[in-house]
Design a protein. Structure first.
Length: 232
């Protein structure tokens, strides 16, 4: 199940449960709700207070899935083509653990690796290993070898696997290669958690930094833009 399908499931079942808890009903498969002092109840549609109440409730439910921050959930709900809106991650195969030959082997096997003990960044609530496990199938990432070179833009095609050739404690995930890097130059752009020059292993590119990601990663290393992903 991809991100869009996961979230659609959350939205549909959250609304149904909310209406049920308030004594609601459905008409023609659509939940009929109205705003009252006591919350959401069956009734009319097109009520601004109802819309705001529903949006706040859905933001809360999406945040509880662990896939979204409150801000990201709000942006996702307001964005067009939500089911197709991609996420982007950085995966780093650090030079302390991966030789050049090991990176080439991983590329040939179409696998990326993260160790289960990889810690959280700063005040993040989840470790980078947990993010790697929970990142949705269909999400995009770029692979870098420390800051010695960017190699591939990929899309996760399967779940995390604890039985991998790297040995105990390592996790791997399969992916579909989207595009090989067109440049092997070291990164010299701004220092971000998701940039090759940061000491991080698996980090998400925030929505409000996608334009920087496009300018400093997608364009110079892969020759593509956010428009290729239907993001403008």
């Amino acid at each position: 199940m991809c991100l869009g399908e996961n979230v659609t499931y959350v939205l549909e079942h959250s609304l149904a449960q909310r209406c049920h808890d308030a004594g609601g009903a459905t008409l023609g498969g659509r939940t009929q709700i109205k705003s009252t002092q006591n919350g959401l109840n069956p009734g009319t549609q097109n009520d601004d207070a109802t819309r705001v109440g529903v949006e706040n409730y859905l933001v809360s439910r999406l945040t509880n899935t662990g896939l979204f921050s409150k801000r990201r959930a709000s942006l996702w709900l307001k964005a067009p083509n939500k089911s197709m809106r991609p996420t982007f991650w950085k995966v780093s195969h650090g030079t302390s653990f991966f030789s050049y030959e090991a990176v080439l082997d991983a590329l040939s096997e179409r696998l990326v690796y993260v160790h289960k003990d990889t810690k959280a960044k700063a005040t993040s609530l989840r470790t980078q290993a947990e993010d790697f496990i929970h990142a949705p199938i269909g999400g995009y990432f770029y692979l870098t070898h420390g800051n010695t070179g960017v190699y591939v833009l990929g899309q996760f095609s399967g779940a995390a696997n604890v039985f991998c050739k790297m040995g105990d404690g390592w996790l791997d995930r399969p992916y579909r290669p989207i595009k090989s890097a067109v440049s092997r130059d070291s990164y010299i752009g701004p220092h971000k958690w998701w940039s090759p020059n940061d000491n991080s292993t698996f980090t998400l590119v925030p929505d409000d930094e996608l334009s920087l990601f496009e300018e400093h990663i997608l364009k110079p290393y892969f020759g593509i833009t956010l428009a290729n992903f239907a993001i403008t």
